[in-house]
Design a protein around this ligand. Sequence first.
Ligand SMILES: Cc1cc2nc3c(=O)[nH]c(=O)nc-3n(C[C@H](O)[C@H](O)[C@H](O)COP(=O)(O)O)c2cc1C
Length: 170
Amino acid sequence: MSKIGLFYSFNTNKTAQAARKIGEELGADHVEHVNAETLTAKEFLAFDNMILGVPTWFDGELPNYWDEFVPALEELDLKGKKAAIFGNGNHKGYTENFIDGVGIMADLLESRGAKIIGFTSAKEFTFESSKAQRGEQFCGLALDFENQASQINGKIKKWVEQVRQEFSEK
Ligand SMILES: Cc1cc2nc3c(=O)[nH]c(=O)nc-3n(C[C@H](O)[C@H](O)[C@H](O)COP(=O)(O)O)c2cc1C
């Protein structure tokens, strides 16, 4: 399997914590950490397999650093690429926009031809609405540090096994 690009903001606390754990689970030799704060199209296109850390901010929106990359992203050809998204959110505090950022990013990547992998069950959370919901699943991994801190590492471990398998499938 080719090296996985792991894109997230190095300036965050919880997203970076989750990303470090994901990197550990994948194994250092299999992953390259890339700072989403200074991301260029060239860096993004360097990987066929990618994992993106996309927390939701501003009541259902992308964080500013991802938002700034959207105009470049909208020009890219992502055919043949696979992307998995993990996203921090708060299902009790933001029940109408729970992990919307994951859904916004998945839609953008798909519109450019990428295949989204790493879907998870949405049943473990109660929420009103989420742009990340596809049927009974989320199109990524939901991480709620505020309400489920003790479950984070276990969820990451399980998800990494899943995406490792999905990246390796034809
Ligand atoms: C002002 C503000 C707005 C937020 N909006 C949402 C939201 O719309 N949906 C959601 O699921 N979480 C929302 N959250 C929760 C964050 O996504 C959560 O705290 C996350 O862990 C932040 O990760 P980060 O610090 O790594 O960026 C919001 C948090 C703040 C402080």
